[in-house]
Design a protein around this ligand. Sequence first.
Ligand SMILES: *Cc1c(COP(=O)(O)O)cnc(C)c1O
Length: 355
Amino acid sequence: MRHNLARARSCAPSAKIWGVVKANAYGHGLERGMRGFADADGLALIETEAALRLRELGWTRPVLLLEGIFDVADIGLLCEYGFNSTVHCLEQIKMLEYTQLQSPIDVHLKMNTGMNRLGFLPAEYAAAHARLRAIPGIRNITLMTHFANADELEHPRLAIREQVRRFQLGAQGLVGERSLSNSGGVLQQAELAAELSNDWVRPGIMLYGGTPGNKSAADYKLRPTMTLASAIIGMQQLVAGDTVGYGSRFEASGPMTVGVVACGYADGYPRHAPHGTPVLVDGVRTSLIGRVSMDMMTVDLTPIANARVGSSVVLWGDGLPIDEVATAAGTIGYELMCALAARVRVFEGPLGQPA
Ligand SMILES: *Cc1c(COP(=O)(O)O)cnc(C)c1O
């Protein structure tokens, strides 16, 4: 985590970094994220409970709520704990107008530059900014937007440059720091240095050794922060015509050895991962066969000469990029990390010290 954060810094050397730790630090555990990103300038997340937890754990630097307040009752938390709140809609502005702020707060005003999820349109933005500035107790207003396709330099529908153009139009003449880039933007910083001169960047996935696009984490010199590992707990010898698992979806075309891995969809491994999804057994690449079940999956042990019960298995992470597994399973590394189940035992460090 420290290494990847340093990579983000070297991509955007003049920007301050919000380390994004939403969704339980992308499945890594909030506290682990907080420790790993101790050098970040602030931590950003969605959940107010987790923001409180950061304060309890001793995080004294800025905390940004990426969706802001959900309810009037959240405003007290902003004041009491000094959370920086995203403001993305009129309803949130009204809540802030009607509530006496007990102490000054900072906010991020979000512009919708084409993502069409949250934020004010460029044409509405200055008016929203003026309304916020008129509220006593609102201190700094950071100008913010979010990219739809930051992983591609030239997206045919909505290029990052076009979103930047709209942002600059809507933010023209407004004072305040700028916050634009997610991981995709941070990783494009070299190509778009002028357009993406941010005061703040908001990397998430790259801090966990994943990438938002098609390039590999290794291309960006990012290191995996999560390895999902297990072991072979059983073996079967098949002959031609034998099938494996629920639905008997896999049929052996000749003699082969099947290994049973103690990991299934109840651990967060995607059930829809198809035959051929890569797996490492004793460090050797092989593939998933048959259907993933709740607590087990089956792999082809033919390429692994000395495979035995107890052989180590890596499902993703060290030696097997999570993005590659995600692509094979028709999803993204983000989803795999976030879906890691609570029952998975967590170890820390390269050789696995119990957490
Ligand atoms: C999740 C999130 C990020 C981080 O995105 P990555 O693609 O993981 O880098 C940045 N900004 C906002 C508003 C987000 O919700």
